[in-house]
Ligand binder design. Structure first.
Ligand SMILES: O=C([O-])CC(=O)C(=O)O
Ligand SMILES: [Mg+2]
Length: 223
């Protein structure tokens, strides 16, 4: 896909993996990547792609604020990551933005805050992940203060190009430099979990299957 600069392979691998196993792989490697408190609007939503970061702050009286003009500059395949300090009383995403993002081939949007016009996201199956939904606009209430700078979501720093993975369980951030080994580790974890399920289906107790395949330490940090 255009603009992915050779990251296509690792993105394809991450796309096949649930965030749960990616999170366990991050734990094993010792990287904080799980962004607590964000959920998809629909359980079927899934988005994987390099982050395009933007940050808002409350208006300060010197200028009015608005939301969303940056969308024209987002490369297709990206995941838009919006820092709005976790605010839930004003929205920074709505239906016009959903329509635009879907038409531009943007992979999805992660909001440290809330969204509105949720029916547009559901109608277009455009993946939105947020702290919730609310109808009051951020126009005249927030202003765009940064594009392309690091954004911190629930203590997790997301930079331009950080690989964002989001599904029914929430949002994890995978640093681009570590993405290959995190994907590799997550694939191993997935295999072990499949082996445990197969053993249980074949009649093993859960305790014995977990013991045999080392379940309790799948995610434990390796020194
Ligand atoms: O004001 C907002 O949150 C943006 C909005 O409704 C839209 O894009 O349709
Ligand atoms: Mg709207």
């Amino acid at each position: 896909m255009a603009g992915l600069d050779g990251r296509g392979d690792v993105l394809a691998r991450l796309r096949e993996l649930p965030t749960a196993s990616i999170s366990d792989a991050l734990d094993r490697i010792g990287i904080e990547g799980a962004a607590h408190g964000l959920s998809p609007l629909s359980n079927g939503f899934r988005a994987v792609g390099p982050a395009f970061t933007v940050r808002y702050a409350p208006v300060d009286g010197t200028a009015g604020g608005t939301v969303g003009d940056f969308l024209d500059d987002v490369p297709p395949g990206s995941v838009v990551v919006i820092g709005n300090e976790g605010r839930t009383d004003v929205t920074v995403w709505g239906g016009i933005m959903t329509e635009t993002a879907a038409a531009r081939g943007i992979a999805g949007t992660v909001i440290d805050g809330v969204c509105r016009d949720v029916s547009a996201s559901l109608a277009h199956s455009y993946p939105l992940f947020s702290r919730g939904r609310f109808m009051r606009t951020g126009k005249d209430r927030v202003r765009l203060v940064a594009v392309g700078e690091p954004v911190t979501v629930s203590g997790v720093e997301i930079r331009t190009g950080t690989l964002v993975c989001a599904d029914a369980d929430g949002v994890v951030a995978v640093p681009a430099a570590d993405a290959e080994r995190i994907a590799e580790t997550a694939v191993q974890i997935e295999r072990v979990e499949s082996d445990i399920v197969a053993a249980v289906r074949a009649g093993s107790s859960l305790r014995a299957a977990r013991e045999k395949f080392g379940y309790h330490h799948l995610q434990t940090r390796r020194s």
